[in-house]
Ligand binder design. Structure first.
Ligand code: NAG
Ligand code: NAG
Ligand code: NAG
Length: 357
């Protein structure tokens, strides 16, 4: 009896220690430990998960899309249409390799949707909507208004031509994510101006590739980009981010950690699209063609006093900060901590690893 109780107490103590040991949501300094750290912190059985999400994950279904007819549907549009309004189960749309010329909208009634592709032959969802024909917001090849969206091994593309100075409304979004609590793993986003509209909500991007020329990651969201490649395709002036925070009470912002910036152009990290624009680059490689000023006020000098543009432990020839604009900051450990943590996107309540199919 006593031995049994001792065993039980030891076991409970083990569980407790084990749980506290894994609950370290601070992004590791060492990039080689990220994958294991993320697995430890995205256990699908953990107790903090939103109840509806936990329930949806217990009832996962898979539907298949194959453009040659060997699946449940021939295109993604039909697969999305098959999901019921008020969907309550994790619905994985497994998309076979190929190019899908479709313009997709997942409305807010269809939660818990996952797009899943083959990592060795990623399906490409491709369209050419522009701001002129649809408005920037509605130009997206794929637009998601629902919560708990995930995508893994998918290429999102807008093939509208590169804007020239004479073109009106040539902005063309490849993906707009407006739902809460979305994760993208190993996805690729191709466009020029306004490639990725990271519109609103808490979002996580890992191992992604994002290509564009100006403001190619923009929106009002609260997001972490981990181990992503940001490829400038700019000829001349280029900007990676245009974050749209406009009120000091909001905790929104874009955080880039362990990323790589590359490509051409006279490149800036971000510009002050809205007064409280907030962006942090940490542990990220910055190339020699990054403009030494780093950031741009987008013609709103009064935003200089209110934006929050931070850099922390970046490397590469572009990471030298002594010629930066005077409204950018090199973050202290204490200032960086808030951003370099999965708690910044409240991940403990929703972030899950990519599915294994
Ligand atoms: C999807 O496929 C259905 C028939 O299988 C077709 O009627 C529809 O036009 C297709 N939609 C798109 C956007 O390709
Ligand atoms: C998209 O491409 C088609 C031809 O494939 C063209 O007719 C259409 O005008 C293009 N749309 C936009 C918005 O550029
Ligand atoms: C920052 O630099 C600009 C010139 O680029 C100057 O007008 C402004 O007064 C400076 N602000 C501060 C707070 O030093």
């Amino acid at each position: 009896m006593a031995a049994c109780c001792t065993m039980l107490i030891l076991f409970i103590a083990f569980l407790y220690l084990h749980n506290t040991a894994i609950a370290d949501l601070a992004i590791p300094t060492n990039s080689h430990t990220i994958n294991q750290w993320l697995l430890d912190n995205t256990n699908p059985m953990r107790v903090e998960l939103d109840a509806e999400l936990a329930e949806a994950e217990r009832n996962t279904i898979v539907i298949t899309v194959n453009k040659y007819g060997k699946g449940d549907f021939r295109n993604v549009t039909d697969a999305i249409n098959s999901i019921p309004v008020g969907n309550k189960v994790r619905t994985i749309i497994k998309i076979a390799p190929g190019i899908y010329h479709e313009k997709l909208l997942i409305d807010s009634s269809k939660r818990f949707v996952t797009f899943y592709g083959d990592p060795n032959s990623m399906p490409r969802i491709s369209f050419n909507g522009t701001a002129k024909f649809y408005t920037t917001y509605n130009s997206a090849t794929v637009a998601v208004n629902s919560d708990y969206f995930m995508a893994s091994n998918i290429i999102f593309e807008n093939t509208a031509p590169r804007p020239t100075p004479r073109m009106e409304g040539a902005q063309a979004v490849a993906m707009r994510i407006s739902g809460q609590k979305a994760a993208f793993y190993n996805c690729r986003f191709y466009g020029y101006q306004d490639t990725l509209l990271d519109d609103s909500g808490n979002h996580f991007f890992k191992d992604c590739f994002i290509r564009g020329s100006t403001d190619f990651i923009f929106g009002k969201a609260q997001s972490i980009y981990l181990n992503c490649e940001l490829r400038s395709d700019a000829i001349g002036f280029g900007v990676i981010t245009a974050h749209g925070r406009d009120h000091k009470g909001l905790d929104t912002g874009f955080v880039f950690a362990h990323c790589v910036v590359n490509g051409g152009g006279n490149l800036f990290l971000g510009r002050a699209w809205r007064s409280r624009s907030r962006v942090v680059f940490a542990y990220t490689y910055l190339p020699s063609n990054l403009n030494p000023k780093g950031w741009d006020d987008m013609g709103f000098p009064w935003h200089q006093r209110t934006v929050f543009y931070g850099e922390y432990k970046c490397m590469g020839p572009g990471a030298v900060t002594n010629q930066r604009v005077n409204y950018s900051r090199v973050l202290t450990d204490r200032q960086a901590r808030h951003f370099l943590d999965l708690n910044f996107i409240h991940a403990s309540t929703w972030l899950l690893p990519p599915p294994k199919l």
